[in-house]
Design a protein around this ligand. Sequence first.
Ligand SMILES: NC(=O)c1ccc[n+]([C@@H]2O[C@H](COP(=O)([O-])OP(=O)(O)OC[C@H]3O[C@@H](n4cnc5c(N)ncnc54)[C@H](OP(=O)(O)O)[C@@H]3O)[C@@H](O)[C@H]2O)c1
Length: 301
Amino acid sequence: MIEKVKVGENLELSRVVHGLMRLSSWEMTSQEILELIEGCIELGVTSFDHADIYGAYTCEELFGKALALKPSLRERIQLVTKCGIKLISSNRPEHKVKHYDTSKKHIIESVERSLKNLETDYIDLLLIHRPDPFMNPDEVSDAFNQLKKEGKVLNYGVSNFKPSQFDMLSSRLDTPLVTNQIEVSPLNFENFDNGSIEKCKQKGIPPMVWSPLAGGSIFNSNEDKVSRVRRTFEEIREEVGAPSIDYIIYAWILNHPANMIPIVGSGKLERIKVAVEAVKIKLTRQQWFRVWESSMGREVD
Ligand SMILES: NC(=O)c1ccc[n+]([C@@H]2O[C@H](COP(=O)([O-])OP(=O)(O)OC[C@H]3O[C@@H](n4cnc5c(N)ncnc54)[C@H](OP(=O)(O)O)[C@@H]3O)[C@@H](O)[C@H]2O)c1
């Protein structure tokens, strides 16, 4: 069992979150999805990350059908979902161009659909999926206040927001943003460089981290950089005595002082278990920087 991380006044997420972006590709029955949810809960992975658009608008419903087989599980889990992207999809023929929509109307409609699809009365954490260049922050604030008052959304956050975007939206809200969900992996340092991780530290909020294994490419890409990073992880794996490098990749994220919460994207329980076991692995500062060096292809200045 892993510990929980306090994310805001009234919300705790599990130290490792399970992500459902790929759920529709796993071709699982509702019963199999239910077993996966129960397996996660047994490991202490009680928080599940969704978005309205995952699986071309299908993943939330697949999850909801599984949850409906055992509604008593709802109070043991935390549901995170997102809104704000409109995809071109046969499920949404009215979308002629992929775009963002953070209007009050869209946020409310999207949440109503998520509640229905997930077969729940409330969402623990709603994120604005991407910064929207056409955003009216006062409309976002109105939508958040209404949904909170109705008990439909308990907490709010953002995803992929740069520090200035985070500050701008925060300044108009009556409720604090409790996380920024950002991409971090040993192959992607963008959020170390653009101030997003510092912003989370400044605000004292844990970032949720997407694609911690670089979407799986860290295992199979033949690019020079990736081969170099894999070799470094292999060396550290031997030093630590872990069974495979995925343990060390998760540990590299979990050891970071920003209290990053990795979102595991695998549908296989044994792979989710790897992330859970990685919580116990302590890396030295020098091991952490060896990964930095192999990814950047140079030593620090
Ligand atoms: N906010 C955002 O903008 C945003 C964007 C993207 C994702 N997300 C969230 O982050 C979650 C995780 O993203 P992700 O799925 O890209 O994460 P990831 O964990 O980096 O990648 C998952 C992929 O890696 C493969 N994999 C895992 N362990 C492996 C191993 N040992 N060997 C080979 N392949 C392995 C998985 O395959 P198997 O399934 O076969 O194990 C899966 O295809 C998503 O589900 C979603 O909730 C958020």
